[in-house]
Every structure is written in C-alpha cells, then in structure tokens.
Design a protein around this ligand. Structure first.
Ligand code: AMP
Ligand code: ZN
Length: 113
C-alpha cells in the first residue's frame, strides 16, 4: 500500500530499529515505547487490522506469534510479556496496517485503560 506507514517501514523508505525479520514478518522498536521493551510485529503483506484476518492471510498471524515466541526467548522475557493488537477507532488503532505490540520488562496493569 503506497501510503501506509508500516508498509514504508517494511520496504525501508522510513527507517526503523529492526528487532526481527523473516519471509512473513518484520518487527521493530516502537518509536514511543510504553514499556522498557516495546516491539511492533507486522505482516509483510498489508492487512488493514485484526478485523481483516481471514483464511487467505492468517498464515501471517501464525508466523507473527512464532516470531514473538522466538524474540521472547532471545530477549529472555522470562518474567512474562503482553501481546496487544488494537483494532479500529474504539480499540485505539492509529496505524492502519495490522500490528501486534510486544510489551515487557515492567508490571502491566489489567484491565487496560
Ligand atoms: P496503534 O496505536 O496500536 O495503532 O500502534 C501504532 C504504534 O506505532 C504506536 O505505538 C506508535 O508509537 C508506533 N509508531 C508510529 N510511528 C512509528 C515509527 N515511525 N516507528 C516506530 N513506531 C512507530
Ligand atoms: Zn501497510
């Protein structure tokens, strides 16, 4: 998608601090971290939001969760972490490319605000 911020990050038009990459997934440090560790995991194919996951593209979601487990291991997030996918206006989504936040290294409140 020509005008999508995260598509531009994936193709290198906008710089990012890479955390992980494979055929399906790109992960980078959030520019406004909400925890001492805050990564953003995105599919390398443009999908608008969690509301657009279907049988054709769900392989990307599976690969993202595999990537998260790998990064949690290499980053030694043994005390735990949180994975968040915001969806739509009321869900707090500000970038229209499916993404999963990986937050760690502090106690996280529940329920969220
Ligand atoms: P959301 O609010 O769930 O849509 O999450 C979007 C996230 O993208 C926010 O946490 C932003 O801080 C993050 N973000 C926005 N622009 C950039 C950027 N250029 N590099 C890294 N993270 C970004
Ligand atoms: Zn995109």
């Amino acid at each position: 998608m020509a005008d999508c911020l995260f598509c531009k990050i994936i193709n290198g038009e906008i710089p990012s601090t890479k955390i992980y990459e494979d055929e399906y997934v790109y992960a980078f440090a959030d520019i406004e971290p909400q925890a001492p560790f805050h990564g953003i995991f995105v599919p390398k194919k443009h999908i608008d939001s969690p509301a657009f996951i279907d049988g054709e593209n769900s392989i990307y979601v599976a690969k993202i969760y595999e990537a998260i487990a790998k990064v949690a291991k290499t980053e030694k997030l043994d005390k735990g972490f949180r994975v968040v996918a915001n969806c739509g206006e009321e869900g707090g989504q500000t970038v229209g490319h499916l993404h999963f936040h990986l937050l760690a290294r502090r106690y996280l409140q529940w329920p969220p605000g």
